[in-house]
Ligand binder design. Sequence first.
Ligand code: COS
Length: 377
Amino acid sequence: MIQFSEAQVMIRDMVREFTKNEVAPRDQWMDENGFDHDLHKKLTEAGLMAIHMPEEYGGGGGDAITSEIVINEIARGSASVALFLDAHWLAADMILLHGSEAQKKKYVPQCAEGKVFAFGLTESNAGSDAAAIKSVAEKQPDGGYILNGSKAWITNSGVADYYLIMAKTDPAAGNHGISVFVVPKDAEGLTVGKFEKKMGMRGTATCELSFDNVRLPADSLVGDEGKGFMIAMQALDGARISIGAIASGLMQHAMDKAAAYARERTTFGKPIARHQAVGFKFADMAAKIRATDLMVWDTCELKRQGKRFSVEAAELKLLASRWACEVCDDCIQIFGGNGYSAEFDVERFYRDAKLLEIGEGTSEILRLVISSSVLGR
Ligand code: COS
């Protein structure tokens, strides 16, 4: 098992305290009211919006492991807030990894200042089949582009300052004709559409976007033209580790609530925790959390070493997201009728968990990635 450095342990403890005091108490409120702007301000003040980014660009100087520690700890208080950070970093890290020096200097320090980033790949007719997007960025004689099209289900889009948008620059070239652009929220021709009414993860602001002849200067292009598909796939590999870290935190949150309840609630003359039928559920939950953690930190370490980890991240997300659904389901069962009530938190956790099997690569897409590595294509 990976050993956290002293600095990472300090950050973990600081975020654990922050989550207990600031995040967990707001989770139900966000489920009912949506994105919490005050909490976003507190995340910024605590230095969490850019904690893993290099100090030279105003970040906290952590690494790939630090960001997952933060996401994991925050998810113990709110899966929505952890998903907010995951989506923000999924987008902002594209600039860090593929942007020019000028782009890094311009955008990365803004993360530390609290600016929010969003990743725009999915469209109403293309999510899993990522190369089938229809948004087009047409090159202009001055080297700039004109962007037309739309996006759907974009996490953070209702509150973002910058969007990392994937669009076709050469529609005939399939996945080799996609490029990434950074688009500011006030770009003329950009419209942020309605907020999605969602089953769970309601603390994140998820909207549609539409682009009507949005003029983008040449320096909006992130990475090389035509490399957008590969850049997006790499970014999603990293985000799938974060989904594992969210799953682990959410499972822990649910299990802690269920354990407290099981110790208190009595049936047949003893706390239900003392009934083997209930105790065995905790055994399964604890095993799933530990297995998820092992995979999270193992895959993180591959990422930190600069190795490819597409298959490992897919395996992690596949199992962790299923287990998160199973654990939250078990917790509802432990709470019985109370578990079905919105007054007790576990029904919210169950709704939050389901997103983990869908967003950033459905379980079916992950099985495609894993099975092609086992069997070849
Ligand atoms: N890292 C780096 N490069 C990658 C990559 C990765 N994880 N995945 C694919 N590529 C590269 C391949 O190496 C290939 O390069 P060449 O054409 O130069 O050989 C290219 O990208 C195309 O890869 P592939 O042939 O595997 O692409 P497919 O069109 O068959 O698509 C899947 C593969 C289905 C796996 C891909 O479309 C996918 O992951 N879809 C899900 C996207 C997603 O998660 N959507 C959720 C919404 S966004 S939050």
